[in-house]
Write a protein that binds this ligand. Structure first.
Ligand code: FPP
Length: 262
């Protein structure tokens, strides 16, 4: 089969290489329809499929989806069990689509906490898709940014104690090399659905300079048109990384705040 054709849209500005998504609002989507919360997760899979395929077709290099946080283990047992079953079904059921779209699947997080049957299917899908040259789809599973940083600190300290690392030589890049997946570039665009304005312990180190986009719709309603809106918003941004954009037209100064009423 010939490889899929990548067609990058021209939105009049920069296009993100790496998109990260906090898929929020599955429960609210279901409850709003008088359905059980877990049915929101099931519907969320359709969005996962559509967003993954759309991103792959548009030439996004990496897509990271926050599918299950370390905190999510505290949810009711039945919901956790449902999510783990859904993960396993997804990993088996999406293999053909991942192969057709040249997508390489991987995962970040405390993966050894996953149930064995889900972990086995994760490893099989990773193995099957390992040489796919297209987009990398990373699932954040049993993931927490603070846990990732603690895990990194532990490994780094061991290397210092073993004399493999000079503490005075530690810089940003050294720390990055101890994170779960140092090869994948930082996200350029971080999307969160369901209107919440929080990072919720997601990629705290890597998202330092990500552009944030909050969609009002719940994750099961976030489909290609909503993705295109997020991309259009990103195309209008000017990223400064703490520096200055020198060729920008001057903006009006912000007037001082007066405490006197007019
Ligand atoms: C947040 O919705 C979403 C999650 C905790 C899990 C996201 C999972 C999926 C979209 C399905 C599984 C994904 C894969 C890739 C297998 P919420 O339940 O917190 O919603 P609420 O805030 O409205 O309650």
């Amino acid at each position: 089969m010939s490889p899929p054709r990548v067609r990058r849209p021209d939105l009049g500005g920069p296009f993100p290489e790496h998109i990260a998504v906090i898929m929020d609002g599955n429960g609210r989507w279901a409850e709003g329809r008088g359905l059980r919360r877990v049915l929101g997760h099931r519907e969320g899979i359709r969005s996962v499929r559509e967003i993954t395929t759309s991103c792959a077709e548009m030439g996004v290099k990496s897509l990271t989806l926050y599918a299950f946080s370390v905190e999510n283990w505290k949810r009711p047992r039945a919901e956790v069990r449902y999510l783990m079953r859904l993960l396993r079904t997804f990993l088996i059921g999406e293999r053909d689509t991942l192969m057709e779209n040249d997508v390489r699947l991987s995962a970040i997080g405390r993966l050894d906490s996953l149930p064995d049957d889900a972990l086995v299917e994760l490893r099989r899908t990773e193995e099957l898709t390992r040489d796919n040259p297209g987009m990398r789809l990373r699932l954040a599973l049993s993931y927490g940014a603070r846990t990732e940083l603690a895990d990194a600190a532990r490994k780094l300290s061991k290397d210092v104690l073993a004399g493999k690392l000079d503490p005075d030589a530690i810089d940003d890049e050294t720390l990055r090399s101890y994170l779960y997946d140092p090869e994948t570039a930082d996200p350029d665009l971080l999307i969160r659905t369901a209107g919440e304005m929080r990072l919720s312990n997601f990629l705290l180190w890597q998202a330092s300079y990500a552009e944030l986009y909050v969609a009002q719709v719940c994750w099961p309603e976030f489909r290609k048109p909503e993705l295109m809106e997020a991309l259009a918003s990103y195309a209008r941004r000017q990223r400064k990384y703490g520096g200055l954009v020198l060729d920008r037209p001057p903006t009006k100064p912000i007037p001082p705040v007066s405490s006197e009423r007019p």
